[in-house]
Design a binder for this molecule. Structure first.
Ligand SMILES: [Zn+2]
Ligand SMILES: [Zn+2]
Length: 491
């Protein structure tokens, strides 16, 4: 057992696992389901948490709930890419008063569905940077939201251009900021958005929020596209709707605290979100701090260890910070080994290690560095959560060792998908959501009268066949010669 691991940490790792480390085989657990004891294939830290039942528990007016929907840089069945969902209490019937997504990497929509989070609540997305493992599932959220119950725009916050020129030809400048990203995103998805526009994708009356409503850094909001001649199809033909994309581009050089630079401030709900620069891969990555009713949460996105984080995290309730496995672990796993010691003799190990070290040097926070950062934050966070980390019993134990060498006592955990935190002024409770692996979309709830669909008939009703050629179509019921074909009810 590592010298840095505390008794409390150990209690989180069940006896089964510790036995499994020695035995390396399979035991039969109480539920008669075979559980692998291999510490590279299980996560007792998350599986030992008490259950949280989504949809069965109200959110009180003094509670913030943070759900880890994706927690890894690489997508895998147990861990999708990065996303957290943050809700604040005080809404009608014990629902959230306001809610936000921070990052939405590959695969997270499956977990959002499993958690029963409807598309109408997935309309405010704060991106820390534009790496694929932080924004890939924007595509699904954007495209299928209007077919469900998000009939209002998708609001996307994120950093403006890095300002970097091309190293090969300094005359080449590619705008890599959020505004251009959103314009191209809107354009490249036109086949999908048009094809679904036989359904109503907007409300008859919808007023986009203003600076007064959301304290926005840009006002009025740019509804994509904003460049070029006016596009009558921009607003789905019927005002601002579900296929409108609204980029809220932030100046990544600004610091939320020092510059009073606000990404979002809603006087009605009391939620304030600021941003600050992080150090990751290329200029332009940012972290976010959400403050509400005297509580606060930081989501780092990706970063190398940063002094700014130590300043920002002073006294926060929850600090969610990225962390990376040691480079030699990364290299070994990428070569298909369980541990570095198994990989040392592989002729490809050194080159894999060189790459892993380079990734760390450009982009990420090592385990011990996170421990150091936590040790420097005064007062320390009530709970620190490491994420963006491939969490299994073997990597978790090593990470606790490294963190505890610097930060022996504070409350720390390591995120996995479906971990749910209930945050109140003085306490953070950790649980794991119990979900249905086979969930459909949650129940759609509309809040106003729908506008006419873009592809409609003379009566203004949807016209599902307006965009298809029916000449070779086999009709339901009977064909042109009166011969039976197939049952129109679908059975
Ligand atoms: Zn990442
Ligand atoms: Zn990244």
């Amino acid at each position: 057992m590592g010298k840095g691991i505390t008794r409390r940490d150990v209690l989180k790792l069940s006896g089964l696992t510790l036995g499994g480390l020695a035995m390396g085989n399979t035991a039969v657990a109480g539920d008669c389901k075979a559980q692998p004891l291999d510490p590279t294939k299980r996560n007792d830290l998350i599986d030992s948490l008490p259950p949280f039942y989504p949809g069965k528990e109200t959110l009180s007016p003094i509670e913030m709930r943070i759900t880890f929907v994706g927690t890894s840089f690489l997508p895998r069945l147990a861990q999708e890419c990065n996303s957290i969902f943050v809700e604040v209490g005080g809404g009608k019937n014990g629902e959230a008063l306001d809610q936000f997504i921070f990052d939405c990497g590959s695969g997270v929509v499956a977990k959002y569905n499993a958690l029963g989070i409807p598309m109408r609540k997935m309309d405010k997305i704060f991106l820390t940077h534009l790496h694929g493992d932080h924004m890939s599932d924007l595509t699904h959220i954007y495209l299928f939201g209007p077919a469900q119950d998000r009939k209002t725009p998708l609001y996307i916050w994120g950093p403006g251009p890095s300002g970097l020129t091309d190293p090969i030809d300094s005359h080449v400048y590619n705008d890599d900021g959020l505004n251009v990203f959103c314009q191209k995103f809107r354009d490249m998805l036109r086949w999908h958005t048009e094809s679904f526009s036989f359904l109503s994708t907007s409300y008859q009356n919808y007023d986009p929020p203003t600076k007064a409503d959301w304290g926005l850094p840009v006002n009025p909001l740019p509804i994509v596209p904003t460049i070029g001649p006016p596009d009558p199809t921009n607003a789905d033909g019927y005002g601002v709707g579900g296929y409108s994309v609204v980029p809220i581009q932030l100046d990544w050089t600004k610091n939320g605290d020092k510059d009073n630079n606000i990404a979002y401030y809603n006087a009605a709900t009391g939620v304030k979100i600021t941003h600050f620069p992080m150090i990751h891969a290329r200029k332009g990555s940012i972290g976010y701090k959400l403050e509400w009713k005297g509580m606060s949460m930081i989501f780092s996105g990706d970063s190398r260890p940063s002094y700014e984080m130590i300043n920002q995290a002073s006294g926060v309730n929850v600090l969610i910070h990225e962390m990376v496995v040691p480079a030699e672990v990364w290299a070994a796993k990428n070569l298909g080994y369980r541990t570095p010691s198994e990989a040392y003799s592989d002729p490809n190990f050194q080159s894999a290690l060189t790459v892993a070290n380079a990734v760390q040097a450009s982009s990420h926070t090592p385990q011990g560095a996170l421990g150091y950062i936590l040790s420097q934050i005064q007062p320390p966070p009530k709970l620190a959560v490491a994420t963006h980390f491939q969490a299994t019993d073997d990597t978790i134990r090593s990470a606790f060792d490294s963190i505890r060498n610097h930060y022996p006592n504070g409350d720390v955990t390591i995120a996995a998908d479906l971990m749910v935190l209930t945050v109140t002024a003085n306490k953070v409770i950790k649980r794991k959501a119990v979900v249905n692996d086979y969930a459909w979309y949650p129940l759609a709830q509309l809040s106003d009268k729908l506008a006419e669909p873009k592809y409609h008939d003379d009566q203004g009703n949807m016209d599902p066949t307006a965009q298809i050629d029916q000449t070779e179509l086999i009709p339901p019921g009977t064909d042109a010669k009166g011969n039976p074909t197939y049952d129109p009810s679908g059975y």
